[in-house]
Design a protein around this ligand. Structure first.
Ligand code: NAD
Length: 518
């Protein structure tokens, strides 16, 4: 791990605006073509300084209605285009994303505050899912089923579903869009995207590149529409009966509002909500590997991943030793300008996120927790409107309400256990169910954690941290995380409708279950 560096210089808002405008320009988007209206504006801010980069016109309700109508109209034809030809659009999109890797990573860093390698990693995730979706476009398999009647063939086929409304969060401003969009497009759906109001510039870049890809392969422009705005704009998408699937990524509070509204109109919902992820560390764990896994998962992305490690459940025999090493590693983490290749911890998304972090740390201490390191704000003189914060570790006497709450900031709560059953119970004793890990050298302990009565999460890892999933697996979690699955494996099925087909090629009409009639 690199040694701590002296307080770095931070870039200024004007420089960041120029860098963002240049990156957007290369993606085919003229930032100056988005004028700043007096009201109804979406301010594009950068967490690096807290400054405003641009004020973009918010999509009006009438424009949103027209965008949904166009996506719905386009779907009527797009669904009949053979899937491998739909894949050609996604193939071209992947090529353009790769060609603009640096531009997109710049925008991710400027808008979400991610350090360079994580921003590049997020763009790589987009390229990877395009590859995956192109392959998928030749593999949307149905089954042939053993029927019970002679002269009959029973099978399943998968058909395009309709318009997919994508609502996304600030912390993965482009990857989540691409998981949904690349898969939805090859499945024959069209997409209307409502990105986070905190990250409109990355959204403009992706929308611009997809429009270019569509033009180049002669696909209809209406396969993708972008809505800029806050939750009211998202609500319009959620409530519109022409939107067949709402894929919503964000907080549990958002999911609680979205899910009943979609259910009320019998629409489909795919929810990717908050996590409260734990790692169990047993006495047989390789502590060198474990410390690296913990620090990346807990302090990486400044604690702002849905899969961030928030709870460390350590065997009491090794707790002091492990925590000493984790605290030491935290002390070495270079914090500052996320464009500086030496930086490992960038800013929180806003000063409000630091307020929430401070309140959670105070609540943890009131509940008997001991703050071992972190929580203090840095670089306040250089960037008074930004929030550069040292990641914190708190040793807790037990799993209290504040530990069960997802605070979207870098706080790692450490708990101890005596038996593995106790550790599994602690892992599961939270409302969320996204990601979990066990660090162990003992096969029996690992398998116990992965078993049906082990971790209840959608993601269960052994000897790696809770974050940093590959696109090939289905991503998502249980309980208040919402139950949705996106990205790889068979997650594509959520974007299609299934038809069960029975064909009678005999001259008789035998009824199922031996029923006689006429
Ligand atoms: P957020 O809930 O504040 O906003 C997410 C999106 O939902 C935004 O686009 C917002 O405008 C929209 N929105 C909010 N209320 C809405 C409503 N009533 N109707 C329609 N749209 C609405 O979340 P955030 O602060 O941007 O992101 C952080 C949260 O997202 C964390 O809880 C994190 O765990 C979660 N997250 C989950 C995943 C996952 O895959 N499970 C991935 C990334 C982030």
């Amino acid at each position: 791990m690199p040694a701590a560096t002296p307080a770095p210089q931070l870039p200024g808002t004007a420089d960041l605006r120029a860098r963002a405008a240049a990156a957007l320009g290369r993606c085919g988007v003229d930032l100056d073509a988005y004028p700043a209206p007096a009201d109804g504006a979406v301010p594009a801010r950068t967490p690096l300084t807290g400054g405003v980069l641009a004020r973009l016109a918010a999509t009006t309700p009438a424009q949103a209605d027209a965008a949904i109508a166009e996506a719905h109209r386009t779907f009527q034809d797009w669904r009949t285009v053979p899937a491998p030809r739909r894949g050609a659009l996604v193939k071209r999109l992947g090529e353009l994303l790769a060609a603009h890797r640096e531009d997109l990573a710049d925008l991710v860093t400027i808008e979400a505050g991610k350090i360079r390698s994580e921003a590049l990693g997020e763009v790589q995730e987009m390229i990877d899912i395009c590859d995956f979706a192109v392959g998928l476009s030749r593999q949307l398999y149905g089954r042939t089923i053993a029927g019970e009647r002679p002269g009959h063939r029973l099978s399943e086929s998968w058909h395009p579903l309709g318009v997919v409304g994508v609502v996304s969060a600030f912390n993965f401003p482009v990857a989540v869009w691409s998981w949904n969009t690349a898969v939805a497009l090859v499945c024959g759906d069209t997409v209307v995207w409502k990105p986070s109001e905190l990250t409109p510039l990355t959204a403009l870049a992706c929308d611009g590149l997809l429009a270019r890809a569509a033009a180049e392969v002669a696909a209809p422009a209406g396969v993708h529409r972008l809505l800029l705005g806050a939750r009211e704009c998202g609500r319009q998408l959620v409530d519109d009966p022409r939107v067949a699937l709402v894929s919503a990524t964000g907080s549990v509070a958002m999911g609680r509002q979205v899910a009943p509204r979609v259910a009320a109109r019998f629409g489909r919902c795919l929810l990717e909500l908050g996590g409260n992820n734990a790692a169990v560390v047993t006495p047989s764990a390789d502590l060198d590997l474990t410390v690296r896994g913990i620090v990346f998962s807990a302090a990486g992305t400044a604690g702002q991943r849905c899969t961030t490690l928030r709870r460390l459940i350590v065997h009491e025999d090794i707790a002091d030793r492990l925590l000493e090493r984790v605290v030491h590693a935290y002390g070495q983490l270079p914090l500052g300008d996320p464009f500086d290749p030496a930086t490992l911890v960038g800013p929180l998304v806003s000063p409000a996120a630091h307020t929430a972090m401070s309140e959670a740390l105070a609540a943890a201490q009131r509940a008997g927790g001991k703050l071992l390191t972190g929580g203090e704000r840095c670089l306040a003189d250089a960037a008074p409107d930004a929030a550069y914060v040292r990641p914190a570790v708190v040793r807790m006497p037990e799993q209290t309400d504040i530990v069960r709450t997802e605070t979207f900031a870098p706080i790692l709560y450490a708990l101890t256990y005596r038996t593995l059953d106790e550790a599994v119970a602690l892992n599961n004793d939270v409302p969320q169910g996204l990601s979990s890990s066990i660090f162990t050298g003992d096969l029996r302990e690992a398998e116990r954690f992965l078993a049906a009565d082990g971790s209840d999460c959608g993601i269960t890892n052994v000897n790696i941290g809770t974050s940093g999933a590959e696109i090939g697996g289905a991503f998502g979690g249980e309980k208040e995380t919402g139950g949705g699955r996106e990205s790889g494996s068979d997650a594509w099925r959520a974007y299609m409708r299934r038809a069960t087909n029975t064909v009678n090629y005999s001259a008789d009409l035998p009824l199922a279950q031996g029923v006689n009639f006429l």
